[in-house]
Design a protein around this ligand. Structure first.
Ligand SMILES: CC(C)(COP(=O)(O)OP(=O)(O)OC[C@H]1O[C@@H](n2cnc3c(N)ncnc32)[C@H](O)[C@@H]1OP(=O)(O)O)[C@@H](O)C(=O)NCCC(=O)NCCS
Length: 187
């Protein structure tokens, strides 16, 4: 399958959010959200070792815009419809087009945690993956200690299928167990 031919929408609208690919001009908003949320991101996300410079965030946004345009990957920003605030980021990441299977990741800015925005996003991306990409399998993986993340997967209807013991190094250097949640087409 040639990924550039895949008809995945540019924008997905949910009751409270607009979900769309990053653009270079979003860099300031993304960088501000990362700064606000750094303590939490640093705890759980390997990429958040240091606060990125604005230039690095611009590069990230440009690169991800281009990957989305080519339908190689579906990095997503969450924008609050009521305020236009950047609420967080997510992504629907192709893992095996021959299945097809995907993985969803996410983070939310600290001031918008605990309001259901991430669950709303995961539900919408899950629907879009089944509808537009004919996904057979979507996984969400998180550190077994990341209770908030596991709760998102459960709320969005994912089922715990495995605990992968000593699966990876957490950002703090400790070996982590990984919870693997899954949703299958038709479930
Ligand atoms: C993991 C993370 C994304 C979870 O964020 P979250 O805000 O708890 O998730 P949601 O946006 O789905 O919000 C759910 C919470 O809002 C509450 N809520 C309020 N209004 C809601 C609504 N309309 N719909 C659903 N939930 C709502 C829920 O009860 C829930 O609270 P609870 O967990 O205390 O029961 C966030 O903690 C984070 O960004 N952590 C750092 C990065 C990270 O760990 N990413 C995941 C790596 S695997």
């Amino acid at each position: 399958m040639t990924s550039s031919l895949i008809p995945f929408p540019d924008t997905i609208t949910t009751p409270r959010l607009v979900l769309r690919a990053p653009r270079a001009q979003d860099a300031k908003a993304i960088n501000d959200a990362i700064r606000e949320s750094f303590a939490s991101l640093h705890q759980w996300m390997l990429w958040a070792r240091e606060i990125p410079t604005l230039h690095e965030t611009e590069e990230f946004a440009r690169e991800n815009a281009s990957r989305y345009r080519r339908r190689e990957d579906f990095p997503i920003l969450l924008w609050e419809r009521e305020t236009d605030l950047l609420v967080g980021a997510s992504g629907l990441h192709p893992r095996d087009w021959s299945v097809p299977s995907f993985e969803i990741g996410y983070w939310v800015r600290s001031s918008r945690e605990g309001q259901g925005f991430v669950t709303e996003t995961v539900e919408a991306l899950t629907r879009a993956a089944f509808e537009h990409l004919h996904a057979e399998r979507i996984v969400i993986r998180c550190d077994a200690r990341n209770v908030r993340s596991a709760r998102v997967a459960e709320r969005a209807g994912y089922t715990l299928e495995a605990t992968l013991r000593r699966d990876a190094r957490a950002p703090d250097g400790h070996l982590r167990d990984t919870l693997q949640f899954v949703r299958l087409a038709g479930e």
